[in-house]
Design a protein around this ligand. Structure first.
Ligand code: ADP
Ligand code: ZN
Ligand code: ZN
Length: 815
């Protein structure tokens, strides 16, 4: 009896046992995929994680359909890491498997495929079975994998589908496909016959068309200079000729055409940058990092904006590549990769690979395989959080830039992991070092650095010793009172914009929100009602005419006058980027104004296009949300305006003050040039607010101390770990009852704070009502035990018949 233990790409916490023949048993390795039947007539791509001889006790092991890989595509570091993620973030191992793999790797019966529009495949290149599917897709726009089984009249169809994917005949449904780059590239070479010099001479004499001769001369030139295959494209471009002329030469048998497989993403192998020259301050920081790595697994590089952290990372990467190690470089935002890739390829040529969700399936699989094979092309992998799941086996260094960014935490679906924290665990398993970088570290990370768990290296000056921008505060209350406002713009800001523009400089305006913010604000004094026990703003619920706390459930009726100044002028307030853009167009009608937020940057390259045209100075004023706050480097921006600091400050979240400090400091960091000090104007009702003052004086330390104290008092990270349980059901009463039951059992069985059950501001999504419960696990106590208790209680919750239909999701280290 021979068995394999597999993971299924389903939200199941268990592994499953299948039976295999002895021959299969000897052939299969851990980390290969097998197609297996599961449930009624469904087939899934399972991953083998073990081989053994123990039959399952609860069910009879089914046979597998097919072995899909000869060699492992997943390594043991990954499987161990997935298991850690499943256990730490309290989710099913199947969720981790599904989330970790590019979707083309895990076809299932329900997967929908459609034909790849741009494909140029020769039908003769298809096998009979491939052709059947190809033909079916000419009739129907899409097929389920299950339909394909019917067409081919067999179950083992995954290999055929994989081949068609590979040949670009098919595309998976969820795939975003813009700017497709062909995999096969057309090359030409001179016909053998003309390697003989005499024949070549007579050929050149015989050629009548001057243009054809010219193309041929260009071909020889390219060959002499570059000594590598010449693509049709390359020749067309250098000879400035047309495809027709090249075709004529091919038709005359002077050129032969052939195809080479190209990686879809290829960077120029020319390294253009001269030797990296660190400044004295940077060199010092670099040596300190090396020294810190001697004793610490993780170090934090706390360097102010424009201190040149990227240059230091680059130097470190050089060291690790020299040792033959792999390097992973995580960024908070896909959109940032373009700038970084161009900086890194200057140093490392085509040893840089990029991996993120906007890449097509084929592109992602290519990078996956390169990492698996430890290819030279993927010595450095740059990516957003999912790059963490690539099959690294030889990691030397992990860099996490802008480590404070909340986008490192995956919200939905499970696994709800934090890429920074998961990367630290991954690095530890491979004995790699981790460098976290930020100008505004998260409270959690700085706490770890202060307590000695992480190393700490600081840079307090900008590269080239440029001064930090000067911050000017505009008191909105006073400006409105003195009628020195036009719309949302103070005269001070309008004048500063006009001045910058007339000097040919560019302006960035930051407005945190896209839409409408539901807080109640006093027009007279700017006061926003706060929760009495949570230190967060109360959220205005129009429907119930209530103000509510989203953390403890505290609520009051909507006040009729301001608690602070008794004014009756209170409104639900908030304004978005769109409105700012409109007002600007009236104030500066001749200027080019563009908006950058989630609405304007949806397409694959739309963000890059905006950034490029801003860099090229085609845009005068860029209005944007927090996207602007992330590590972009512009050389002609001298003014940054923050439209309203208060909307950030009074966001109902315990991290609101920390986030406000980070965002304002980061956007401010975009102002200033090497030769000119930048200016930042912050409009606010709260000029004396501690956070505003701390931003103005670039006082990270005070911000940190103050926030840390609040976190301790109000039981938040880093002193407590948050586990948030979200319950959903269509039936309001059932949900209310069920969440109360769960809350009571949790608080009776856990000797730690359990809060709730709370009804969130948006208390119904897609017809389901929502309740949340928050568990706070003390950092200094055991972590595993409370989690086990929570899991056990959840199991018994599911066993209660009337609650079984209530969906519960868990979010560990809730952000
Ligand atoms: P940070 O990431 O710390 O905000 P960057 O790495 O983006 O800063 O550096 C800011 C600017 O200074 C960039 O334009 C970068 O090219 C330049 N710079 C930093 N260090 C050096 C260096 N050692 N040599 C040349 N240019 C540098
Ligand atoms: Zn007031
Ligand atoms: Zn509260």
């Amino acid at each position: 009896m021979h068995f394999i233990e597999v993971l299924l790409p389903l939200s199941l916490a268990k592994t499953f046992t299948y039976s295999v023949s002895e021959a299969e048993y000897n052939y299969i390795q851990k980390g290969v995929r097998v197609a297996v039947p599961f449930g009624k007539n469904k087939i899934y791509t399972a991953l083998v994680i073990d081989l053994h001889q123990i039959p399952p006790t609860l069910y009879e092991a089914k046979e597998i359909h097919q072995i899909l890989d000869e060699n492992p595509i997943v390594n043991e570091f990954q499987i161990a890491h997935w298991q850690w993620i499943a256990s730490y973030y309290m989710c099913a191992i199947g969720d981790v498997y599904r989330g970790a793999m590019p979707s083309a790797f895990i076809l299932e019966s329900e997967t929908i495929v459609s034909s790849q529009k741009e494909n140029t495949i020769e039908v003769s290149e298809l096998s009979d079975e491939e052709y059947l599917i190809y033909e079916a897709l000419q009739q129907q726009s899409s097929l389920k994998v299950q339909d394909i089984m019917a067409i081919l009249n067999k179950k083992n169809i995954f290999p055929v589908v994989q081949k068609l994917l590979h040949k670009n005949v098919l595309t998976l449904h969820e795939e975003i496909h813009e700017e497709y780059k062909p995999k096969l590239v057309r090359y030409i070479r001179l016909n053998e016959e003309y390697s003989n010099e005499n024949k070549l001479v007579s050929l050149l004499d015989s050629l009548k068309g001057a243009k054809q001769k010219e193309v041929l001369m260009h071909y020889f030139q390219l060959q002499a200079v570059e000594k590598k295959p010449i693509s049709v494209k390359h020749l067309t471009e250098t000879a400035q000729t047309s495809a027709a002329i090249i075709k004529a030469l091919i038709d005359k048998n002077i050129f032969e055409e052939y195809y080479l497989q190209h990686d879809r993403v290829n960077f120029d192998s020319n390294k253009t940058a001269s030797n990296l020259q660190l400044s004295e301050t940077q060199s010092k920081a670099y040596s300190e990092i090396i020294e810190s790595f001697n004793t610490k697994e993780v170090s934090l590089l706390h360097g102010i904006t424009s201190s040149g952290k990227t240059e230091i990372y680059t130097k470190l990467i050089e060291d690790y590549l020299a040792q033959g190690k792999q390097v992973l470089y995580l960024l908070p935002e896909i959109a940032l990769t373009t700038q970084l890739v161009s900086r890194l390829t200057q140093h490392f040529g085509n040893e840089v690979a990029v991996f993120h969700s906007k890449y097509s399936n084929n592109e992602r699989i290519e990078v996956w395989n390169q990492v698996l094979e430890k290819s030279d092309k993927a010595k450095i992998v740059i990516g957003a959080r999912s790059a963490l799941f690539l099959p690294f086996s030889n990691l030397g260094l992990v860099i996490i830039d802008e480590e404070h960014e909340p986008t490192f935490k995956q919200q939905d679906p499970a696994p709800r992991y934090h890429a920074r924290d998961a990367a630290i665990v991954l690095a530890q398993a491979q004995k790699a070092k981790v460098l976290l970088g930020s100008a505004t570290p998260s409270i959690e990370t700085y706490f770890n650095a202060q307590s000695g768990k992480f190393g700490l290296i600081s840079i307090k000056e900008r590269f080239g010793k440029a001064p930090l921008p000067e911050v000017e505060l505009v008191d909105l209350k006073e400006s409105y009172f003195k009628k020195r406002m036009k719309g949302h713009f103070s005269m001070t800001l309008i004048e500063a914009i006009a001045e910058a523009l007339s000097a040919g400089e560019q302006v960035i305006l930051f407005q945190n929100r896209r839409g409408f913010s539901p807080v109640l604000e006093c027009i007279t004094c700017g006061h926003i009602p706060q929760c009495t026990s949570c230190n967060v703003s109360l959220t205005y619920h129009k429907f119930k005419n209530q103000l509510r706390c989203h953390y403890c459930g505290y609520s009051i009726a909507k006040p009729t006058k301001c608690h602070a100044c008794s004014s009756v002028d209170i409104t639900a307030k908030g304004f978005g980027t769109e409105q700012i853009e409109l007002e600007l167009a009236e104030l500066f009608p001749t200027k080019n104004i563009k908006r950058m937020d989630q609405d304007t940057t949806r397409g694959k390259y739309s963000f890059e296009k905006l950034i490029d045209s801003f860099k090229n100075r085609e845009i005068d004023i860029l209005v944007g949300t927090q996207m602007l706050a992330k590590g972009l480097d512009f050389d002609n921006v001298t003014l940054v305006g923050i439209m309203n600091a208060d909307t950030m400050l009074y966001h109902p979240d315990f991290r609101a003050f920390e986030r406000s400090f980070q965002m304002m400091t980061q956007v401010s960091g975009r102002a200033g040039r090497a030769d000119k000090r930048g200016k930042v104007i912050i409009q606010t009702y709260n000029v004396n607010h501690n956070i505003i003052q701390q931003v103005t004086h670039n006082d990270f330390d005070s911000m940190y101390k103050e926030q840390l104290y609040e976190r301790l008092i109000y039981k938040y990270p880093p002193y407590f770990r948050l586990v948030k349980l979200t319950l959903k059901h269509k039936d309001f009463e059932k949900l209310k009852e069920g969440s109360m039951w769960l809350y009571q059992v949790l608080s009776q069985n856990l000797q730690i704070p359990v809060l709730g059950p709370e009804e969130p501001g948006i208390n119904r999504i897609r017809n389901e009502y929502i309740r949340t419960i928050m568990v706070k696990i003390p950092q200094d106590g055991a972590l595993v035990t409370p989690k086990k208790t929570i899991q056990k209680i959840l199991n018994s919750f599911e066993a209660v018949a009337q609650y079984r239909s209530i969906k519960v999701t868990l979010n560990v280290d809730y952000y």
